[in-house]
Design a protein around this ligand. Structure first.
Ligand code: HEC
Length: 497
């Protein structure tokens, strides 16, 4: 999950009121007065050289050339990309245009796309080279480039980048800069203070190390997906990088049809102040749904996965992010508060794998202890789903490749005390253990190691009537046994330490 918060809302409000008033008075819509402010505010972050937009929208000529297409993509709400439906919460990083802004594009084209008075064109916003949130205090770049073949399976690889920090350092923001955005699909960040990552890396001559090595001993600090808007942490929240840590970046590559190399970078923004409050992530179901038992039949048009988690301690959520692969269509996260009232914290009916956003709440959402969180994710594995990567469709289960599926919704939340945070992690761990018990009872989780055999024997012994289910009271000894074994370590961290 990724980090958050940027507020351009006040600025965009000012911008759209001016031009719509002008248009109402009957003065012709012009580029310099009406269109440029919208484009520069809402499009140029991506549509300028070196960014992910496939062409630049930086001046009259480049915008006029695509005027008709801009009308289409804005009316269909394809651009700017924004996939949260309007609902119960306001997002501070909402990129979507207002209806007034959208109709201005059509009015402009109808008027013949005039430029107007060039002296009225506002200046381009100030960009910081390739970095969107400003020049970083430290840039950590992959030590060597890594080659991605033209075709073949997705590649997951860890790269070790020494940070050489001689003191513990608080970080207020990090921005990931893909070397080749065409092949980098998503990344996860870890910190290693044990030197293990360097040992793994040294085992062969290729850059980095593969997935056969566990990253469970490293400290998980977040990630980045295609389309994530980088931003600084809000409310004075910070992460700690212990001195001497190596950054371990796990990159998921998706071959693009032509051989290429990648040498990505991470830019860190440091802070002199420690974090204002403890904070972490609450992911439901945890581990991107690894133990949810996702198993989607070929051709199934509406396969629904649900998960429910009750928050054990008061906290305040400040951002939300959904994750799934190509087949997902619809996602929802609803909070039911102890007084029975409900609030939808994220709904998307237009899930798009290419745009995974950290949706930042304009105001933190208070989640008192006892608040129930219900997640729903719906998948379409039919041939009529244009995003289905496999035609004719095949059965799809949970897995790391883009053609497998996953599914979870993650809240970023802050706590008053470290104890509250740790109790929330513990409740999530118990949730995961419960899912593990369900999967083991169904015979859907493999493994032949000694511990696994012990766990399975215990479950069989507890299931007196042999119905492949454990009653809540039968579960208690099983949960204790699994939790206190080393077995859960293989799943790694459940939140930020
Ligand atoms: C967050 C980055 C981002 C922002 C902001 C953004 N775009 Fe795009 N745009 C892209 C990318 C990437 C593509 C390539 C197609 C894709 O991946 O969907 C694209 C494609 C397009 C296309 C071509 C669509 C097609 O079907 O080929 C148009 C036109 C366009 N953008 C216009 C705009 C306009 C107008 C705005 C602002 C109102 C805007 N974009 C804002 C990233 C962005």
């Amino acid at each position: 999950m990724h980090l958050v918060q940027k507020s351009a809302t006040i600025l965009s409000l000012c911008l759209f009121f001016q031009p719509s008033q002008g248009a109402e008075k009957g003065s012709p819509v012009t580029f310099s007065k009406d269109i440029a402010p919208i484009i520069f505010e809402s499009c140029t972050t991506c549509h300028r050289p070196g960014q992910i937009g496939p062409f630049s929208l930086t001046d009259y000529k480049t915008v006029k050339r695509r005027a008709k297409q801009i009308v289409e993509v804005t009316e269909e709400r394809i651009m700017p990309p924004w996939h949260a439906d309007p609902g119960d919460v306001v997002f501070s990083n909402d990129r979507s245009l207002t209806p007034q802004q959208i109709s201005l594009f059509a009015d402009w084209v109808a008027a013949g796309s005039p430029e107007g008075d060039p002296s009225e064109t506002p200046p381009l916003p100030e960009f910081h080279g390739d970095w969107q949130i400003g020049k970083p205090d430290q840039i950590a770049t992959m030590v060597e480039p890594f080659t991605i073949p033209a075709e073949g399976r997705d590649i997951y690889r860890h790269f070790v980048i020494p940070l050489n920090l001689d003191q513990d350092t608080w970080v207020k923001g990090a921005e990931f800069l893909p070397g080749d955005p065409e092949v980098v699909h998503h990344i996860l960040y870890f910190l290693d203070t044990t030197g293990k990552a360097r040992e793994y890396d040294a085992e062969d001559t290729k850059p980095g190390f593969g997935m056969s090595k566990s990253n469970a001993g490293f400290r998980y600090i977040g990630g980045w997906d295609v389309g994530t808007q980088p931003s600084e942490l809000p409310y004075g929240l910070r992460w700690l990088i212990p001195k001497g840590s190596d950054l371990v970046v796990q990159i998921h590559y998706h071959p693009s049809g032509k051989e290429t190399t990648d040498q990505s970078s991470v830019g860190f923004h440091f802070s002199d102040e420690p974090t204002s409050r403890p904070w972490s992530i609450i992911q439901i179901p945890p581990r991107f749904g690894e133990l949810q038992g996702i198993d989607i039949a070929a051709g199934d048009k509406e396969h629904i996965e649900k998960a429910t988690f009750i928050i054990p301690e008061d906290c305040e959520a400040f951002a939300v992010n959904g994750h799934a692969h190509y087949l997902a269509k619809r996602m929802e996260l609803t909070a039911t508060f102890p007084d029975g009232s409900t609030r939808c914290l994220l709904r998307t009916t237009r899930w798009d794998f290419r745009w995974q956003e950290d949706y930042t709440f304009e105001e933190p959402v208070k989640l008192p202890a006892g608040t129930r969180l219900d997640v729903l994710i719906s998948y379409d594995n039919s041939a009529s789903n244009p995003n289905n990567p496999t035609i004719p469709p095949v059965g799809v289960r949970w897995g790391p490749s883009t053609t497998d599926e996953m599914g979870s919704i993650t809240l970023a939340a802050m706590f008053d005390t470290q104890d509250q945070k740790m109790a929330t992690h513990e409740a999530l761990r118990i949730f995961l253990v419960n899912q593990l018990i369900d999967r083991l009872m169904e015979g859907k989780f493999g493994g032949r190691n000694k511990q696994m055999v012990q766990v399975r024997k215990l479950l069989q012994a507890l299931d007196l009537n042999q119905d492949s289910q454990l009653s809540p009271s039968e579960r208690i000894p099983a949960i204790d046994f699994i939790r206190n074994s080393d077995f859960m370590k293989r799943f790694g961290a459940i939140g930020f330490d």
